[in-house]
Write a protein that binds this ligand. Structure first.
Ligand code: PGA
Length: 258
């Protein structure tokens, strides 16, 4: 299968509404007409989705949400339903470590969210990864395997097209401490092997895995040059539009050279 690299920009809660819309305008202007392929997905805060969607209409840049509730509707004050997202997004991040750590999200809930997104034809970017303590205790591979197995167990082979696994070592998120690309690639190879265990060889071909954790324009090429790393999930370095453009161009550059 031809690999189309993926760049997912997680804007977290960093941008005002105006800044998010302005960023989308800049991205559209800078990336329109760029024929080298890379799938770009930007994920603003919920209230900015409609206006950013309007800006990105008729562009190749896709829109994603940063979270969703696991139920379609109900008495869930302050939560956001997939039905409210659906008019605007084709992608959604689930299970980000900031949600797991600060809001107590569990693997089971993350799987529920993923399945609901798939039901509504929204691609789920499922984040998994180990903490610093788990790494230090030599339990990183166990943790990541358990999370990946749980995700795969809930899916049929064809549904692998509708998910992306984002491997994000939690200790590398937001602090500039970057994992070694070769080590990240090794963990991502393990994830792919688990997909083969569950689905056979076809699983390995369909699965997309991206790396996240302090990726910058200076490091992105090293990550995507690794076999089996299909792209990146970028937080801090994605909120300045020209930095994000730089990252995207570097990803395209690596792929066009392969
Ligand atoms: P970071 O965030 O690039 O700022 O480390 C990545 C993420 O949290 O998805």
């Amino acid at each position: 299968m031809e690999r189309v690299p993926l760049v997912v920009a997680n804007w977290k809660m960093e941008l005002s509404h105006k800044a998010a819309v302005d960023a989308a305008v800049t991205l559209k202007r800078r990336l329109t007409g760029d024929r080298r392929s890379a799938q770009v997905v930007v994920c603003p805060s919920f209230p900015s989705l409609a206006d950013v969607a309007a800006v990105l209409k008729s562009s190749e840049i896709a829109l994603g949400a940063q979270n969703v509730h696991w139920e379609e509707r109900g008495a869930w004050t302050g939560e956001v339903s997939v039905l409210a997202l659906k008019p605007f997004v084709r992608w959604c991040i689930v299970g980000h470590s900031e949600r797991r750590e600060n809001f107590g999200e569990q693997d089971e809930t993350v799987v529920k969210k993923m399945l609901l997104l798939l039901k509504h034809n929204i691609v789920a970017v499922v984040c998994i990864g180990e903490t610093a303590d788990e790494l230090a205790a030599g339990r990183a591979a166990d943790k990541v395997s358990r999370q990946a197995r749980q995700v795969f167990a809930a899916l049929a082979l064809a549904q692998l097209r509708q998910i992306v696994i984002a491997y994000e070592p939690i200790w590398a998120i937001g602090i500039g401490s970057v994992a070694q690309p070769a080590e990240a690639a090794e963990m991502m190879l393990l994830i792919r092997k688990l997909a083969v265990e569950q689905f056979g060889q076809e699983g390995a071909e369909l699965l997309r895995t991206i790396y996240g954790g302090s990726v910058t324009a200076g490091t992105v090429e090293q990550f995507v040059a690794e076999p089996g790393i299909d792209g990146v999930l970028v937080g801090g370095s994605s909120v300045v539009p020209l930095q994000l453009v730089d990252i995207i161009k570097r990803v395209q550059h690596v792929y066009s050279g392969q």
